[in-house]
Design a binder for this molecule. Sequence first.
Ligand SMILES: CC(C)(COP(=O)(O)OP(=O)(O)OC[C@H]1O[C@@H](n2cnc3c(N)ncnc32)[C@H](O)[C@@H]1OP(=O)(O)O)[C@@H](O)C(=O)NCCC(=O)NCCS
Length: 177
Amino acid sequence: MADHLHPAPPAAVRLTHYTEAEKKEILGDGTDPFGVAYAGLTWLPKEHHFGVRLEGRLVAHAGLFRLPMSIGGDSTEVVGVGGVAVAPDVRGRGLARQVVTAALEHARTMGPRHGLLFCRRPLVPLYERLGWRALDQDVHVEQPGGPVLMPLRTMVTPLHGRAGWPAGAVRLLSFPM
Ligand SMILES: CC(C)(COP(=O)(O)OP(=O)(O)OC[C@H]1O[C@@H](n2cnc3c(N)ncnc32)[C@H](O)[C@@H]1OP(=O)(O)O)[C@@H](O)C(=O)NCCC(=O)NCCS
């Protein structure tokens, strides 16, 4: 709860751009800030960006991308959420919640019925707390050499009402985001 010791986190805003330098501003220039290098995947850049600035410094980011999918053999689209990042010195203050909430508000205007993200297993409880649900099935994604099994957890959230996730094989028809 917000009080004078724990003020409410500043609201996230839409960013006009998100450069490699800004990503380093948040996460530093380590080689694997998301801890997913082991998966050896090729990723898409994001299309829409949301961020939180504290005293002019960008400290949090979430990105969106509209993605073609096949679910149970039917072609559809989802809004992919990715690049969720909060600077290490300001983690645990609700900033991931702020940026993901702002990104999802925009995602609701984009058309698709669901948001989708990929994350490492230890982050599943965090995203569950934000209203996401882990899919308990294999998910394939495109890679330069053809489709591969996604080794990260796939999580989904409805963007409109309580839209249920359709049954059937799930395949992202693009690189992951
Ligand atoms: C993952 C990351 C974005 C989280 O940022 P953060 O600002 O610390 O997260 P928040 O403080 O907004 O926490 C979000 C919610 O999850 C909850 N939460 C955090 N860790 C949790 C855990 N292990 N289990 C359950 N809930 C957890 C928080 O309490 C909060 O819920 P609340 O708002 O209801 O209290 C940050 O650690 C990060 O940038 N990591 C490196 C990059 C990365 O791995 N990104 C994820 C890509 S998918």
